[in-house]
Every structure is written in C-alpha cells, then in structure tokens.
Design a protein around this ligand. Structure first.
Ligand code: GLU
Length: 314
C-alpha cells in the first residue's frame, strides 16, 4: 500500500535486550501502530563472531512478552521482503557493493584498525575512528582494483568534504561533514563481513521502511547512510532518534548490565510495569503507572519524546 508507514526494529543478537533497547522498540512500534502501518523485525546478525541464534530467539520471546508484535520478519521470516536475517542476505549486499564500485569511489584498504588508531589525534576520545585516507588512490573516481590474491583488504568508500544535512524527528536539523566525522568508511570488512552502514541502507530500502527509529548513538551515522542512499539511487526514509537510557551514574545501559536487563525485569515486573515506566520516560504519560503497549497507541506523539542524548532510567 502506498503511503503506508513502515517501521522496523533491528536488534543485533549479541545479547539479551535491556531497558534501552525496549524503549526504542516500544516507540517504533507505537509510531507504526498509531499510523496503522507495518512493523518489521530484522535480525542484524552481521557479526559472525558475536551473533547467536539463541539471542534472537530470546529477543523474540521478550518482545512477545512485552506485547510488541511484528507483521513481518523475525527468525520465522514471514513476509515479502525476506530473508530478514542479515547473515542470509550476502548476495543482495554483493549486488549493491557492485553498484557502489560502479561509482568509482570504492577502494581497497590494507590499513589495520591498530594502525589507524595509532594515527588518531589525541583529542579523539569518543571512540570514533576518523580515517585519514592513507590507502585512497590519488585520483578518484577510479575503477575498483581488487587486491592481489591472498592480500587481506577492506573496501572503503570515499566521502566528500561537503556537509550532509537532514532533519531528525526528535533532534531537529543536523549537518554532518563526513570527512571530519569519520573519513572514508568501510563498506566491506577485511574478513569479508559486511559493514553495518551498507547492510542497513540496503535492507531498509528493500524492505520498504519509511521510518527508521533507533537510539541516538546512531544519529550521526545517518549522514553516512544518506550518502549511501544517494550513491545507490535509493529512496531514504525519515529518521527519528530517541534518547539512550543510562543508569544513575550517567553510564548508558549495555547488554552486560544486569539490573535493567530483560532477565531481571521479567523476574521482578509485569510487562505493564516495564511499559508504564518507559511511557513515562518518553513523555507519553504523567506517571509511571502500569499500562499495556496497546493502551498507549492513542496517546503516542513523537513531539513528546525529550530531545536529550541520554535519559536516566534508574
Ligand atoms: N543493530 C543495531 C543495534 O542493535 C541497530 C541498528 C539500527 O537500528 O539501524 O544497535
């Protein structure tokens, strides 16, 4: 159906969800359900070392317990846009990588992570890696030159010096210069694994996603993704980033944190208690009284989500 809102939840099955992941899932689900749209569950198991099918199974079980149902995807893979596990989509990514090659902006890179880190400016303390273009050919665009057999290389995409501008549904207007934000970025890793940026763009576009709602840690990655949409001639969705939840020490929740993880929450709370707390944090309700996800559909409004990078959840 044209103009149908299509949202998605795209967990990486590298651990069990915590309250922050559930916050994102709930808001994306509400956004879609309040518009009568379609919600896709995509399993982002790109990292073969860290992803486990058992985690995907338990994420699905936790979503069902919370009352967050999906229309398409998941491990069962029902729907017209499958497969819905990224580990099964390699051929599709390959086709889009070839399209990127045809722009003449992709090159083979032999730099290892440790080499790049060693050349980082000392003030670069937020963990971001800004690639200085060490392996970039002197003239671009140029045809992609595959490395000699046995040489392990990643594939990087040249980025321009201009700003990429977009308006986020919660954080408002953004402007990011990719050359100073990240530099030329990896689209395929040296070990053959697909890079998140390429996979997420191809998947959201081919799955017909019209609204990407996710944590604010990915706000600035959106510029990399918009650049890829443009180069690949794909239509970009709307982007809505929601605050990350942090503990009382101001540290964002991680899958290693037990206290606000799903195992603890399910042992201590009802689904309505968990949802009630999140609805209040999202500005949807005046207190954190228990409520079901379904009861929130009529009150959902993205304008109420506070535009702060982190919210204290404890
Ligand atoms: N797979 C990512 C995660 O679990 C989310 C990526 C996205 O929503 O674009 O953090």
């Amino acid at each position: 159906m044209k103009n149908e809102k299509v949202g998605r939840f795209a967990p990486s099955p590298t651990g069990r969800m915590h309250l922050g992941n559930v916050f994102t899932a709930l808001l994306s689900w509400l956004s879609v359900r309040s518009a009568g749209g379609r919600w896709v569950l995509r399993i982002e198991d790109l990292d073969p070392q860290r992803s486990r099918r058992e985690y995907a199974e338990i994420i699905e079980d936790d979503l069902r317990w919370l009352g967050l149902d999906w229309d398409e995807g998941g491990l069962a893979g029902a729907g017209a846009h499958g497969p819905y596990s990224q580990s099964l989509r390699g051929e599709i990514y390959n086709e889009y990588l070839r399209r990127l090659h045809s722009t003449g902006l992709v090159y083979a890179c032999t730099c290892r992570r440790a080499d790049i880190l060693a050349t980082q400016a000392p003030h670069q303390s937020d963990g971001r890696i800004i690639y200085a273009g060490t392996c970039r050919p002197p003239v671009l665009p140029a045809p992609f030159e595959a490395p000699a057999a046995g040489v392990s290389c990643s594939e990087r995409l040249y980025v321009p010096g201009r700003a990429i501008c977009f308006t986020d549904g919660v954080f408002g207007p953004q402007s990011v210069c990719l050359d100073t934000h990240c530099g030329d970025f990896v689209v395929r890793r040296a070990d053959g694994a697909w890079a998140y940026q390429l996979a997420v763009v191809v998947d959201d576009a081919l799955m017909g996603v019209t609204e990407v709602m996710r944590g604010s840690d990915l706000l600035l990655s959106t510029a990399q993704q918009l650049y890829l949409y443009d180069l690949l001639g794909l239509e970009a969705p709307e982007f809505v980033h929601v605050p990350l939840l942090c503990n009382s020490a101001g540290v964002r929740l991680s899958k290693r944190d037990g206290a606000l993880g799903m195992a603890e929450l399910r042992a201590r709370c009802t689904p309505e208690q968990v949802i009630g707390r999140l609805a209040h944090l999202a500005g949807l309700t005046s207190d954190d009284a228990p409520v079901s996800a379904r009861e929130l559909i009529p009150v959902y409004s993205p304008q109420r989500i506070p535009p702060v990078l982190q919210l204290v959840a404890e």
